[in-house]
Design a protein around this ligand. Structure first.
Ligand SMILES: Cc1cc2nc3c(=O)[nH]c(=O)nc-3n(C[C@H](O)[C@H](O)[C@H](O)COP(=O)(O)O)c2cc1C
Length: 390
């Protein structure tokens, strides 16, 4: 495949994407909070993990298929929610939904996507998860959940690590505002990226369209878009209410403290998503990988655990699974693919990850991703097998 040679690694997709989207959009996707330490530590923690290869195993048939929350996926990874994904690349949400359907992996639509659950449904098949930024208005919340369910989204993800919008310096430096102000600089940066700009001109105006039904978008005021105006900071009581309203699987996204696990499970969480929001919320947050073992220990062997953060390869996916994750999600990586080469780029991300997983699994002599838990070098060197939580 030609793309294998143009973009042999995620870093190649990233470099190309950077040259194809306007600078202010790039800063939105790529930045993190504070001095970006949480993001840097997530990467460093991944890089530091060694896995012990096996030898003389003969042929090993790698099966990437993974069951999560009652569904079978073709690989142990999926597409994490990105607000205003469609700003990064024209029609991003629909392209990613089709990518997920073709690859038989999950696609999680953000509440604040640039499209609606109804518009995405025809592209998605049965791969849809819906991520909720909670609305404080009971009727609107119930209606949003009903719309997601009706459109075929079967798994609900409640994001709990965004009490307030964070302060990202790189966004401020390029004067990215909410809602966006069309300054001369923004217009110039857009014009300098013709493929992106022409694609966006054909699309409806960029805003979180799910809220159009509840308020006149043009009347939402200049300080806050309507989604923010409707939003509430969730608490434990909110989780209980939500649990009572949503019949399908419920995933809690943004957990890092093992001390929260027991209460989340008691409140009806079906899975925990270990995440520091790609380092975008809190500079001092622990690296997801570092948080995983204690969370697995608190959760026991059977509670599904998802994880994300700075994943760039099949090797990174195995590193997280080795520390107790069952499933790994990626946000920026899929957008690097989109920015570099549109739909073909997003599909290429799936290929890089899947082929990388298969090659690594042959090195490790394992036929299922979960078997990597026995191949962490540190416990092996101490002469004892690794069990999650150690
Ligand atoms: C531009 C951008 C927007 C995001 N928007 C959302 C969102 O709307 N909801 C959410 O739960 N997480 C959101 N996230 C967080 C991702 O779902 C994910 O947790 C994180 O980015 C994972 O790290 P990665 O981008 O390095 O893969 C966003 C991330 C980025 C980069």
């Amino acid at each position: 495949m030609e793309l294998d040679y143009r973009f042999p690694a995620m870093s190649d997709l990233k470099a190309r994407a950077r040259r194809r989207v306007p600078r202010y959009i790039w800063e939105y996707l790529d930045s993190a909070e504070g001095n970006e330490g949480a993001r840097a530590r997530a990467e460093a923690a991944l890089d530091a993990v060694e896995l012990m290869p096996d030898i003389l195993r003969g042929p090993v048939e790698a099966d990437l298929g993974t069951t999560l929350l009652g569904r079978r996926y073709a690989a142990p990874f999926g597409i994490a929610p990105v607000g205003m994904s469609g700003a990064f690349w024209p029609d991003a949400e629909a392209i990613l939904a089709r990518t997920a359907r073709a690859a038989e992996i999950p696609f999680c639509l953000s509440t604040v996507a640039a499209t609606t659950p109804e518009e995405i449904a025809p592209h998605l098949g049965t791969q849809g998860w819906f991520q909720l930024y909670p609305s404080g208005d009971d009727a609107i919340r119930r209606d949003m959940l009903a719309r997601a369910k009706e459109a075929g989204f079967h798994t609900l993800v409640l994001t709990v690590d965004v009490p307030l919008l964070s302060w990202r310096a790189r966004e401020k430096r390029v004067r990215l505002k909410n809602p966006m102000a069309l300054t001369p600089a923004i217009l110039l940066q857009s014009a300098l990226r013709p493929a992106w700009a022409l694609g966006q001109l054909k699309r409806p105006a960029l805003r979180p369209r799910i809220f159009d039904k509840y308020a006149d978008p043009s009347a939402a005021g200049t300080e806050k878009h309507v989604g923010l105006a409707l939003r509430v900071i969730p608490d434990w009581a909110y989780l209980e209410t939500l649990r009572a309203e949503w019949e399908g699987p419920l995933v809690i996204k943004g957990v890092l403290d093992p001390g929260h696990v027991e209460r989340l499970v008691a409140a009806g969480a079906d899975a925990i998503w270990v995440s520091n929001h790609g380092g975008r919320q809190f500079e001092a947050a622990p690296a997801p990988l570092s948080a995983l073992p204690a969370i697995r220990e608190a959760a026991g062997p059977n509670l599904p655990i998802l994880c994300d953060g700075s994943v760039r390869s099949g090797t990174d996916i195995l590193r997280l699974i080795a520390h107790g994750a069952d499933f790994v999600m990626l946000a920026r990586a899929f957008h690097y693919g989109l920015g570099a080469a549109g739909a073909a780029g997003a599909a290429h991300v799936v290929r890089l990850l899947s082929e990388g997983l298969k090659l690594d699994m042959s090195q490790l002599g394992i036929s299922t991703p979960g078997a990597v838990r026995g191949r962490l070098t540190a416990p092996l060197r101490q002469g004892r097998p690794f069990t999650p939580g150690q």
